[in-house]
Design a protein around this ligand. Structure first.
Ligand code: PEP
Ligand code: MG
Length: 585
């Protein structure tokens, strides 16, 4: 291998700088035996599969215990997600039936069922869910290892400043690493919202993902630097580069320490404009992070994961318990609960015609599903309203494209409210109802939509992809997915102005809301709230506290006059003085 310095860019996932030595983590794939069975072998094979399932469950119980002891309970839900998959009938029954009907061995049958299960996830046009594929792979590997009797490496002993490089990395792989010498991660696959990235961020370990074939280009022991904020990896760095990045690492750690001291300060500009900084979460287990990072409530509680992977729809009661738990832990702050935004064919109680309809980012999802199949939402809306009796709750509509949809949804919510009143069930009759603005047509009609709701929340992750026709999770067009595109900034500005003109609050809950380079533009617009990953809050506070609204307005005005994204970047670089910063958190 050449010893010359090589620089490679990937996707910045968890911020910070790490210097160390390559430790390749190779999850050796298990070879899959394929065999046809005679009729009398079938029952024994089903039995073998059932025993493997039991053993895998036991292993996960053990792993969960160890995970909890070593890393605390904050991310224990990641193991829970895998335990749930092992319970999922669409996986277990399907494998048994495949063994019986196709008369093939359990390993082969399992692989076929997993493939169907994986396709189900792949069809969901959402980066977050596509990233859950690593959990499926992990379950597949665990079961296969048990079935073929191959032992998994239980513990990986890392030595001196280990920078772990892997093709893919599941959360449970992280448990196997002794963390004393672990300094960073690089993976060939993955997106900014994968589980492993979530953990790396919360542990404060720098990480770069989406490096394609990097893991086959390095060797154990190679010197390497990872800059998780910039998404840069330097292999075989020269001694000058090494020294330079040592300094960068120190200054990053100093500023992080300083930031954490700031986390309970108000998010207020120097000229005393206050912006509510809230958190985006999916799971109740993330609540401690919301509170510890000093955020002012939950600005987006995504609910999709509650509906995914089961064979029966989640009940009103189960949903109620989940929402109530989050709401009670967040009160007196607000929790904005978003109605389900899954494509139609992912929901099990749908009539056949809809369930088999093609699913895509442009298909029946979000509020469209509500207007088409309101009954699917009745239990969810009832559960959210019931939770509103236990703390401050707002309800939010996803993927709104026009005002009619909002009117229809409002009428339905009013009907559900009457129903609860008639049943004598308590709820907050003044509950704030808001609409996401994440489709360009809704952005253009935000003035009309604002009249129908109490607040608007701009979902820039989708707004950007639909405005630029650039898929948000596609690494091949990732360079075109550019939030500083003027069309995008212009649309956001228009929405904020329209909402304020209508006397309504407006915020941003897409990723850019937590990006230090974008926040000044949103301050210039005087948005009311920003909602972001809890780990981004303290840096966002710092950025806001260093600004005045008047300078931010001036920058915004100029940006809206510039023609190209490049011009905008250069101009903001000058304004910020220190280059565009990415939170990576
Ligand atoms: C968005 O689109 O910006 C958003 C916040 O929603 P999601 O990421 O869940 O699509
Ligand atoms: Mg969205």
């Amino acid at each position: 291998m050449s010893r010359t310095e090589i620089r490679r860019s990937g996707i910045p996932a968890s911020s910070g700088v790490a210097l160390g030595y390559v430790h390749l983590l190779d999850r050796e794939k298990v070879t899959l035996p394929k065999k046809r069975l005679s009729v009398d072998e079938v029952e024994a094979e089903v039995e073998k599969f059932d025993q493997a399932l039991e053993q895998a469950k036991k292993q996960l119980v053990e792993l969960r215990k160890r995970f909890s002891e070593e890393q605390g309970d904050e991310h224990i839900y990641l193991i829970d997600a895998q335990q749930l998959m092992l319970e999922d009938k669409s996986l277990t029954e399907d494998t048994r039936e495949t063994i019986q009907n196709e008369r093939i061995n359990s390993e082969w049958a399992l692989q076929k069922s997993i493939e169907r299960f994986r396709n189900m996830f792949n069809r969901i046009d959402d980066e977050y869910f596509r990233d859950r594929r690593s959990d499926i792979e992990y379950i597949e590997e665990r079961l296969l290892r048990i079935l073929v009797g191959s032992r998994e490496q239980e513990y990986v002993s890392l030595q001196r400043q280990a920078l772990v490089i892997a093709h893919d990395l599941a959360p449970a792989d992280m448990v196997k690493l002794n963390r004393d010498h672990l300094v960073g991660f690089v993976t060939d696959t993955g997106g900014r919202t994968s589980h492993t990235v979530i953990i790396a961020r919360s542990l404060g370990i720098p990480m770069v993902v989406g490096m394609q074939d990097f893991s086959i280009q390095v060797e154990n022991g190679d010197r390497i630097i990872v800059d998780g904020s910039e998404g840069l990896v330097v292999l075989n760095p020269s001694s000058e580069t090494w020294a330079e990045y040592e300094k960068r690492r120190e200054s990053f750690l100093d500023s992080r320490k300083e930031l954490l001291q700031n986390r309970h300060h108000k998010a207020e500009t120097k000229d005393e404009f206050h912006i509510r900084l809230m958190s985006n979460i999916d799971f109740v287990e993330e609540v401690p992070a919301v509170i510890n990072n000093g955020s002012e409530g939950v600005g987006l509680l995504r609910t999709e994961h509650l509906f995914l992977g089961g064979t029966i729809p989640i009940s009103e009661e189960e949903q109620f318990r989940h929402y109530k738990e989050v709401v009670e832990s967040i009160r007196p702050q607000n929790t904005i609960i978003r109605l389900l935004d899954l494509p139609g064919d992912q929901i099990f109680s749908l009539p056949n015609q809809l369930a088999t309809s093609r699913s895509s980012a442009l298909g029946i999802r979000g509020i469209r599903l509500l207007t088409k199949e309101p009954e699917i939402f009745r239990p969810q809306i009832r559960a959210i309203l019931r939770a509103s009796a236990f703390g401050k709750v707002s309800l939010m509509y996803p993927m709104v494209s026009c005002v009619e949809e909002v009117r229809e949804a409002n009428a339905f919510v009013a009907e559900v409210m009457d129903e609860l009143s008639n049943e004598g069930i308590e709820y907050d009759s003044d509950i704030a109802i808001g609409s996401m603005i994440e489709i360009p047509s809704a952005a253009l009609m935000a003035d009309e939509i604002a009249k129908e709701v109490s607040f608007l929340s701009i979902g820039t992750n989708d707004l950007l992809q639909y405005t630029l026709a650039v898929e948000r999770g596609n690494e091949l067009v990732a360079n075109l997915y550019e939030p500083l595109n003027r069309a995008h900034i212009q649309l956001i500005s228009q929405v904020v102005r329209m909402a304020h003109k209508a006397g309504k609050e407006v915020g941003v809950c897409g990723e850019v809301g937590g990006e230090p380079y974008f926040i000044p533009l949103l301050v210039g617009l005087e948005v009311n709230f920003l909602s972001m990953s809890p780990g981004s809050i303290s840096l966002a506070k710092q950025v806001i506290r260093d600004l005045t609204v008047s300078e931010a307005k001036k920058w915004l005005e100029e940006v809206l006059r510039l023609e190209t994204t490049e011009d905008i970047k250069n101009y903001l670089n000058e304004c910020y003085g220190q280059g565009l910063r990415s939170g990576g958190n």
